[in-house]
Design a protein around this ligand. Sequence first.
Ligand code: FCB
Length: 458
Amino acid sequence: MTNRIPDPARFPARFTWGVATSSYQIEGAPREDGKGPSIWDTFCRTPGKVRGGDTGDVACDHYHRLDSDLDMIRDLGVNAYRFSISWPRILPHGRGAVNQAGLDFYQRLVDGLLTRGITPWATLYHWDLPQTLEDEGGWTVRGTAEAFGTYSAVVAAALGDRVRHFITLNEPWCSAYLGYGIGIHAPGRHDLRASFAATHHLLVGHGRAMQAIRGQAPGAQAGITLNLHHTYPATDTPADRAAAYRMDGFQNRWYLDPVYGRGYPQDMVDLLGDLSPQSQGLVLPGDTELMGQPTDFLGVNMYSRAVGQDAPGEGFLHARQIRPEGSAYTGFDWEVAPDSLTDLLVRLQEDYAPDAIYITENGSTYPDVADEDGNVNDLERTQYLTEHLAATQEALARGAKVAGYFAWSLMDNFEWAEGYDKRFGIVHVDFDTQVRTPKLSGRTYRDFLARAGQAVGA
Ligand code: FCB
């Protein structure tokens, strides 16, 4: 076990310290200023899909509270902010005429960050696909990947003089599997073949977006964010080790290998059989190169680890994720496994040699209790945060080129299918009054950053 107390002096002087959010989870204003509907607007209106019937219609009302939210970000002392751009605000129907009012919102956001000395990190796609494109097949059809490239070019042309860090996709595994495979996220389809078609078009879309950014914003840093779990076998038997390797293939290698120009891992293509994009005839000549456009960094979202057991006949992986006893778990029942972050970062460096790795999300949900003044003494989240910072420090010491860390999330927000029930913020939000109050975790992060000498203006 690594030392669990991070030392700010042990991080590189130019380390990126940030907080992260996404458009649908915080903005609200679903039809304002010409915004078109997204698949999450539709999904939230489908009975039974989101806990309590919650929607992102208001969320953190960030669209109307931009300036005070930017002040709040500045006051945390971070030097970077990761946000996402809502595609249907820019192109209400996914393609065609640009909605200038939508672009203006992000211009104000970016300018407001720069004025405050905070570096903007823009994610182009964090799950709010324009509904019009879904009506044409969404990510199961190649046209969506092409439309994503066009949209990316619009954004890079408009913002690229001030945004120098772009993330193409957030967690394509979730878009494909949760959205099209098992239906717990928008658009709510239950079709494994469709989900593997979606993986391919998401990765093609990533390639198109990389080309667009290179063309419109030369010199900007660009990459993709994947949700990765380091995967361990439940026992040291060959069967469990093989099962863990299949789980690693599904969760990690299926995305990492194409992004690093290797095409899909052959063991997984063989395992998937009829489900694979290859057997569906979707992989075209040139796609390996397209998906493998050189990136400047790898974005890693890490919350937990996976422990795999051989389970013949179970699902298409013939493997089962087990819940190790004796571990601590967050409110999502995700195992707290900071050492796995170290293992993951070191493994990524060894196997893929990225020029830089940014942890673009890391965080935890717990059933917070706020006092009358909105104060939350979130000891568990604070411990989670410090342990994962220490794990990051350990990975640096072991040679991983980690260049930044973004806490998920700036503030409590709309947690997808869990609605407002699951809180991940380091700042508490009272959803009745929209009052924001830093939690103990937020204050701890701020103090750590002040000691790191990375505080804005330091
Ligand atoms: C990630 C998502 C993010 C948030 C966290 C808890 O998968 O990227 O939007 O929901 O999980």
